[in-house]
Design a protein around this ligand. Structure first.
Ligand code: S3P
Length: 438
């Protein structure tokens, strides 16, 4: 059983936060570095349970990953054709990115493997990756007519490039296809309806793999080897920064400086929506971390107003909707979130979970088939809430409780999935200290 945590309102938040490494980029750095001929040093890697699932899977495939005292990793692979057959079942834990991306990569290898995950991951849809990968010639089967993990994968006779219209905007599906496509005998062309996060494409370029982008389409030629960089520095995760952006916005007299936040335009939907809501956020010190743009963000309290969040922007803020619902609960007027049905197949059904749990605190929030309708008010009360064992739910509820009259969260230790220091940083900021390791 997970641990409960009590959050008490402590007044304004001041200080600065070193934002931990981006989860999506951390996964990709290990996967690509594991296919290189030369060692790659990875700094500001996110040491959280999901990214460690990827490390453990890559280790089981023969890649060596060493960690120094500062947490920097050195990844030493055996080259583009150097992965080895794992001796046991691979465990992706709670991580959708690990299982989906590795399914594409494993399907292109000349050996047998099985990959599975925890109870939540085994309920999440896998047909979306298996369908296009089978079209490429890969051999993958899974439980319940290949809808769910565990997935069993064995060597393909031939891997063909495909031209594929992506039915859902999903970076995990796109990335699984692109990883398999590296090993194909012909080019792959993907068409997206709405652009999903493009960290895989940028990471490919970092490893010397050309990626052609035309409008919402991606064209990838197969390769025979990678040109690895010596060093990758992972930018901070805007999805983790989002909790502080909203906490400081809704708790009066707050001011926070968030250091080293990734501002890749495929991820900054939350900044656009918060700005429309009237938030006071300044983007400063813009710079590059490899091929990813980063900046420091300064956020001050502001009176937020309700907005309509249209389907088109959802892929750019998909993981921020639980905390956005908290912002909306404290805003003046109504917020409507549309086209967010993908939230129903995340670590939990986040539309259902956030309506239920914020409802326990007195929020006026209604679940629709594809989104939420939230009538803002300032009057949330203390309650006993449940995280649904979902890290982003636990953190969103913590901020709601901090801004209202407190909250007790059941199974709050799931924050270890993406932000193990979250509660420690929260305690520091409530007393005006710097939060997060340098
Ligand atoms: C991710 C893609 C998104 C996101 C997830 C991480 C990635 O999932 O929600 O947290 O690293 O590619 P989908 O591809 O299912 O939208």
């Amino acid at each position: 059983m997970g641990q409960n945590i009590q959050i008490q309102p402590t007044g304004n938040l001041t200080g600065s936060v070193n934002i931990p490494g981006d989860k999506s980029i951390s996964h990709r750095s290990i996967m690509l570095a594991g296919l290189a001929n030369t060692p790659v040093k990875v700094t500001n890697f996110l040491h959280a349970a999901d990214c460690w699932s990827t490390i453990n899977c890559m280790r089981a495939l023969g890649v060596s990953v060493d960690q120094d005292k500062e947490g920097a990793l050195t990844v030493t692979g055996n080259g583009f054709y150097g992965l080895r057959e794992p001796k046991n079942i691979l465990d992706a834990g709670n991580s959708g990115t690990t299982i989906r991306l590795l399914t594409g990569l494993l399907g292109a290898q000349p050996f047998f493997s099985i990959i599975t995950g925890d109870a939540s991951l085994r309920k999440r849809p896998m047909a979306r990756v298996i369908t296009p990968l089978i079209q490429m010639g890969l051999h993958i089967v899974g439980r319940e007519q290949s809808r769910y993990a565990p997935l069993a994968i064995h060597a393909a006779e031939q891997i063909r490039g495909i031209e594929y219209d992506m039915p859902v905007a999903s970076a995990q599906v796109k990335s699984a296809i692109l990883l398999a496509a590296l090993y194909a005998s012909s080019p792959t062309v993907l068409h997206e309806t709405m652009p999903s996060r493009d960290h895989t494409e940028r990471m490919f370029e970092t490893f010397g793999i050309p990626v052609k982008r035309v409008g919402n389409s991606i064209i990838l030629e197969p390769v025979k080897q990678l040109q690895a960089p010596e060093h990758i520095n992972v930018p901070g995760d805007i999805s983790s920064a989002a909790f502080w952006l909203i906490a400081a916005s809704i708790i009066p007299n707050s001011q926070l400086v968030l250091h080293n936040v990734g501002i890749n335009p495929t991820r900054t939907g939350i900044l656009d929506i918060l700005q429309q809501m009237g938030a006071d956020i300044t983007v400063t010190n813009e710079r590059w971390s490899g091929r990813e743009p980063v900046a420091d963000l300064v956020v001050r309290s502001a009176k937020l107003k309700g907005v309509t969040v249209e389907a088109e922007i959802i892929p750019r803020l998909i993981d921020e909707i639980p905390i956005l619902a908290v912002a909306a609960s404290f805003a003046q007027g109504q917020t409507i979130i549309k086209g967010a049905e993908e939230l129903r197949v995340k670590e939990t059904d986040r539309l259902k979970a956030i309506s239920l749990e914020l409802g326990k605190m007195g929020a006026r929030i209604t679940e629709t088939a594809d989104g939420l309708i939230i009538d803002g008010s300032q009057s949330l009360h203390a309650a006993l809430c449940h995280s649904h064992d979902d890290h982003r739910m636990a953190m969103a509820l913590a901020i709601a409780g901090l801004a209202a009259r407190g909250v007790e969260i059941e199974e709050a230790d799931c924050v270890k999935i993406s932000y193990p220091d979250f509660f420690a940083v929260l305690a520091d900021l409530s007393s005006g200290l710097t939060g997060g390791k340098q």
